[in-house]
Design a protein around this ligand. Sequence first.
Ligand SMILES: Nc1ncnc2c1ncn2[C@@H]1O[C@H](COP(=O)(O)OP(=O)(O)OP(=O)(O)O)[C@@H](O)[C@H]1O
Length: 614
Amino acid sequence: MTAAGTGTAARNETDTGQKGGWSFLFASLDGHWRTEGTSVAAALAWTAAISTYPLLVGRAVDVGLLSRRWDRLGLYVGLVAVLGVVQGLASGVRRRNNGLSSRRVEAELRKRFFTRLLGLDVAYHDQVNRGQLLSRVTNDLFQIQAFISSAPALIGNAFAVATVAVILLVLSPVLGGVALVMLPIIVLTSKKYSGTVRPALGTLQRERGELAGVVEEAISGIRAVKGFGAEGVLEDRLGHQADAVRDEAMAVVRTRATYSPYLNVVPLVELVAINWVGGYLVLHHHITIGLLLAFNTYLVLLTGPLQSIGWFVVQLQRALVSSRRIEAIMHLEPTITEPPAEQASPLPEGHGAVRFRGVSFGYPDAPRPVLDDFDLDIEGGEVIALVGPTGSGKSTVAALIARLYDPGTGSITLDGVDLRHLPVTAVRAAVGVVFEDNFLFDGTVADNLRVGRAGASDVELREAARLAQAAEFVDALPDGYDTLIGERGMSLSGGQRQRLALARAILARPRVLVLDDATSAVDAAKEREILEGIGALMGDRTIVIISHRAATIALADRVVLLDAGQVVATGSHQQLLRSSGRYRQVLGLSGGAERPGRRHEQPAEPDGVEERSA
Ligand SMILES: Nc1ncnc2c1ncn2[C@@H]1O[C@H](COP(=O)(O)OP(=O)(O)OP(=O)(O)O)[C@@H](O)[C@H]1O
């Protein structure tokens, strides 16, 4: 048994295939149909206006100009002017409403998407490509917005084509037939185009995501990049990815270039045919000059809507591809979930006793489990140090206590209740983990500390900072607790960052505080003061210290030695120093090398020391 089962969500993401996206696109408009509907209505009013005025122009020529009836001419020209005003107003209403609905949908989707991302398991985020996620938040949501924004006009255009087709056929079946014979060609070409461009657009979006990933990775690891002189390597990677994006974009461009001549030329061919056949009909007195003029005007008016059908197809395809990419994430369900009602239990009173029983856990896709049938008892109020060689599973134990992952088999309890039966928020509030690398958010020192407890007073902030040995350097910052730090603020040293992270955790007052190499960048004297301060503050709560430093470990009541995912010895620091060669070796205190794989030891001093076989 290995996996926590958390890889499923990440894998399912690709299961949506090439099809779909429609229902998500429609559902995203829920709550906005009125605005979007008004926009469509305005677009239809615009269509009605432009479909009518060639008729009026034709009448103005036939009934006004050729009959020299100035009153009629004035009437029709006046009506054309009125329609112009209607057209202008309709266009304004359409733009305003589709602007509103599309921007609102985009903002809502972005918020929902972000909430979903935050809700997904750590296991998902371990595996996912961050560039792909960034590209979905920006590029894909923009494509959906662009489609929703343009849909009413495009619906109007489609109606314009249909309405004009009917008008032309009624006005003159022969000339109408000539004008419309090209329509099926346009529809078929658009359909073929759509089938070709859709997969290419999907690949292009994916490649763009990969590109964003390379940039994101390089920027977030800029120190390592520069430190190792790895600029060249990253430039090569970016170069390859930029070429891949270019190639996919070119495939889309080629498809467009192949089809757009057809879509552009057809209306012109129609114009030529109409004037040829129409001229013949006028010369033989089958139709009037005004009617031919109306046909010409209609065809010129139709050129835009006809060409926009091609564009509409591309935009729709882009929006569908993007919808699928967003939907794929929105459909993922976190595996770390609230307990079902019949199992749910509130967190009972307690001091933070943690118990691992028969726990097996492996990261998704990892060849071996990190913990296999793992047992560990941490008493409430105990200060325990987890020690072990690198990769032995210490941080994994910390992550499991905070329920960042669920075990594959076995159970982990907090004060007697299985973590899976407690509300997730209760577990996260009860267990505070401070890592070696701490993220500082973009904001002031105070903002960053209040992440630990939103309502903390200034006095409490200062007290937490004092205990974490951070007060002195915060006071020396240009604006003290109001100094901007994080992404766009002041850079802090590793030790200063760690101390702020500690203060943040102290402020949260968790029942179990896990310090995962959390003071590694702080000097030994300060570290001692910090741990003693935290110990006094935490009182009878549990502290789990993960460290490689003997002086830090010595502060714990009890030390647990992990090796290859098993507890191999427990006892006080002094006891283990005396009894366990492996312990001395892990702390770098033993002179001689041990035989690899030797993990069973006979306790030199059994009193108080518990050695276990792995
Ligand atoms: N997110 C992850 N995804 C896949 N494998 C992981 C992940 N985190 C840790 N591992 C693997 O699990 C094993 C245990 O890692 P863990 O970080 O728990 O060890 P550790 O004892 O804390 O090591 P260190 O002292 O170096 O911090 C290692 O083999 C590691 O490669």
